[in-house]
Design a protein around this ligand. Structure first.
Ligand code: ADP
Ligand code: MG
Length: 699
């Protein structure tokens, strides 16, 4: 009895408060980070590591270095230039440096007086007269006191919880688990882990939280550093499991088998004034095969800009309508949705199929009418923006949902859509189209819940777009080029993309450009289109451009996707240095759709930074969307490329899709067998790594 009392109480699972210094308030903050139990702390992995094992002489510091420095305060003053700031200059004999604080207390001013000896950690930046550190970490030390022995981990954190506190909690958690090893379960059966990565879970975690002194930052990030790789594998596997499980759940539902009698599909193909490309035919077959089954289709169609995805979507829609079902077609922007609406109506109305329009900006009366017609089944196809996700939108019998440009919709929206069809016991089939080609290995992870079809062929007669990059100073040459193209009977886009955060300012910039161009080119009919115009106005401008009435169309990025005017063969892109590769590629895809050789001028403001220069270079080198996507991945990393935040896919904690690319194959191989044979372990793995985000899969 007495012995029991003196032993450590074995805390219950959720007992974070067992740790020293953790009360309910701190526990709440930890919960915000997804940390509910002591062992969760071990899976709260460092974002990065910093080398604070050496004090760097100030004289050796360069702009951009993150380093520990040490020195004596020479001078401290509070200045009131644009902002009140505290400037503290310190020196170590090798050089001097200014510490700059914008937020500071009286006590701080008191402590940072002349003569104080400080050790600071921060990033050195070029300042007015010398290097500066803005808001460095600092403390007062005796000269020569010991530095950190090993790399310092930096953790993701939340307001009111600082790095030191987190580090301390994790140290406690490591000690606790060392004493209670049964509380850290190794969930991954050895035969699912590649041999090279076999290693004890606790040791792997400890090696990242507390790197030993002889390990460098580069070593930690290397592809063959086992502790990190061991955990990266487990994490990637957990993500893949959650997507596979989502897929399995989804496929357990029943969809309507869309067999159709072929009369609409045949009539449509007969009326089409071109022949499908081989790739379009193949992908259409794949889609038809899917929707003939009662297992709901989940198919992603990837195809470069201009590869003709719309036709495939139209064919799928016709098959659904032939089979007595309804179709939803969704696009992320108003203008793209409008384009789809026009295309679908143009192609389907002659076949007697009724197509309705749904947008957030629609007049109330019209909307009421459309909603009713949809609910009664009088409309067979509904085209719109995310307005189609709203609760009041009811279908009589939704059989197929087509989603364009999926990376802008979230996983959650896709699920909301799936509910739309459920009223009569059916789930809709889903066809997702994207023009952001994603390299295969990446797609395997990010879209493991989808089947993927590839349209890898452009319609015949497309000419590659010739691209040049010119500085702003050549603007008048560019204007002359516009005049020439128009004189030749061709049409031109002039795009003024977002530079300011505000849409209002963006539209003003476009308005100004349009005015200037109209003045400079008095003989040319100039039109303007931007996001703040009324839908009807936009539509009439687009119609005028399509008919050739407008020769030069000045636009904001509203034309980014979907707009299709084959006679437009020149595009000028202002502020090109501000745009990402995929956006540049999307925009450029508006030209090169006709027989004429097309060109694209990327206007930029010099000087270019390195990344912008690389982007413009890539655009000049290639027209191939996949090539561009690959390079984009190298420049920006997968999180950005996939728009991970919008897709709802959780951020990876330790794995890196680029660095750990070679793990994706083994991960894909391990996932399905593990899910089938060890469902409980699989679930626990998902809970550990994907946490809350995995809940959407258990709907
Ligand atoms: P995206 O894949 O970018 O959505 P679209 O579906 O908008 O491409 O098609 C681009 C243009 O190519 C449209 O004008 C479309 O009518 C045309 N098109 C599609 N398929 C073919 C084909 N097989 N032959 C010729 N033109 C085609
Ligand atoms: Mg399209």
């Amino acid at each position: 009895m007495a012995q029991r009392e003196s032993a450590d109480p074995v805390p219950t699972e959720s007992d974070l408060t067992y740790l020293k210094g953790v009360g309910p308030r701190l526990a709440e903050k930890l919960e915000r980070l997804g940390i509910f139990r002591i062992q969760d702390l071990l899976f709260h992995l460092p974002l990065r590591w910093e080398d604070r094992t050496r004090v760097i002489p100030i004289g050796q510091l360069r702009h951009g270095d993150r380093a520990v420095i040490e020195g004596r305060v020479q001078h401290a003053e509070t200045v009131y230039r644009r902002r009140r700031s505290l400037l503290v200059s310190i020196s170590d004999g090798s050089g001097a440096l200014v510490l700059r604080f914008f937020h500071f207390s009286r006590a701080q001013v008191e402590r940072l007086k002349r003569g104080a000896h400080l050790r600071c950690f921060g990033e050195a930046r070029r300042g007015r007269n010398s290097l500066e550190m803005v808001h460095p970490e600092y403390r007062q030390v005796e000269p020569g006191s010991p530095v950190e022995e090993a790399l310092t981990p930096i953790y993701p954190t939340t307001e009111g919880l600082n790095q030191n506190r987190l580090r301390d909690l994790i140290t406690q958690a490591l000690a606790y688990i060392r004493k209670h090893p049964e509380q850290l379960q190794d969930l991954l059966p050895a035969d699912y882990l590649p041999k090279a990565l076999a290693m004890d879970l606790y040791q792997a975690l400890e090696a990242l939280h507390r790197p030993s002194p002889d390990v460098s930052v580069t070593r930690l990030l290397e592809e063959d550093y086992p502790p990190r790789r061991r955990l990266a594998f487990e994490e990637l596997l957990a993500h893949r499991l959650s997507l596979r499980l989502a897929r399995a759940h989804f496929r357990d539902d029943k969809a309507r088998a869309l067999k159709g009698d072929g009369h609409l599909v045949k009539a449509f193909l007969a009326g089409l004034d071109f022949r499908l490309t081989g790739a379009q035919e193949r992908v259409t077959r794949e889609v038809f095969q899917d929707i003939e089954s009662t297992a709901p289709m989940l198919r992603l169609v990837q195809g470069d800009v201009g590869s003709g995805k719309t036709v495939v979507a139209v064919l799928a829609a016709l098959r659904a309508v032939e089979s007595g079902g309804q179709v939803a077609v969704m696009a992320p922007t108003e203008i793209l949705a409008e384009q789809h609406f026009q295309n679908f109506r143009e192609w389907l109305a002659p076949l007697g199929v009724r197509v309705g329009w749904f947008s957030g900006k629609q007049a109330a009366a019209e909307k009421r009418w459309s909603l009713k017609a949809l609910a009664h089944g009088e409309l067979q196809v509904a085209v719109g923006t995310h307005a189609l996700f709203q609760d009041q939108v009811r279908f009589k019998d939704l059989a197929l949902a087509v989603v364009d440009e999926q990376h802008r919709f979230g996983v959650h929206q896709r699920l909301a859509l799936r509910e739309k069809g459920s009223e009569n016991g059916h789930r809709p089939h889903q066809l997702i189209m994207t023009a952001t080609p994603i390299p295969r290995t990446l797609a395997m992870t990010a879209y493991a819940d989808l089947d993927v079809s590839l349209i890898d062929e452009l319609p015949p007669g497309r000419t590659p777009v010739k691209t040049v990059a010119l500085p702003e100073s050549r603007r008048s040459d560019v204007v002359a080029r516009v005049a020439e193209a128009c004189a030749d009977g061709r049409q031109v886009y002039w795009v003024c993309p977002l530079v300011e955060e505000s849409e209002v300012l963006q539209c003003q910039a476009a308005e100004e450009s349009a005015e200037q161009l109209a003045e400079a080119l008095p003989d040319i009919r100039v039109g303007l289109i931007h996001g703040r115009m009324k839908a009807a106005d936009k539509e009439s401008v687009m119609a005028a451009f399509k008919s050739g009435e407008i020769q030069l169309l000045v636009a904001t990025t509203v034309i980014e996707v979907g707009v299709d005017v084959p006679n437009a063969s020149l595009m000028i892109l202002e502020n090109a240095e501000h745009l990402g590769l995929s956006q540049l590629h999307q925009l450029r895809g508006r030209v090169g759709r006709g027989r004429e050789a097309s060109s694209c001028v990327l206007l930029y403001r010099a000087p270019l930074n390195e990344v912008a220069r690389a982007r413009l270079e890539i655009m000049r080198e290639t027209n191939d969307g996949f090539q561009i996507a690959r390079r984009d991945l190298e420049l920006r990393g997968p999180g950005e490329v996939l728009g991970t935040r919008q897709t709802g896919a959780a951020e990876l904690r330790i794995a890196d899709l680029m660095r750990d690319n070679d793990l994706l194959g083994p991960v894909a191989q391990a996932a399905d067998p593990l899910l089938a044979r060890e469902p409980e372990l699989a679930r626990a793995l998902m809970q550990r790594w994907v946490g809350e985000a995995s809940q959407y899969v258990s709907v």
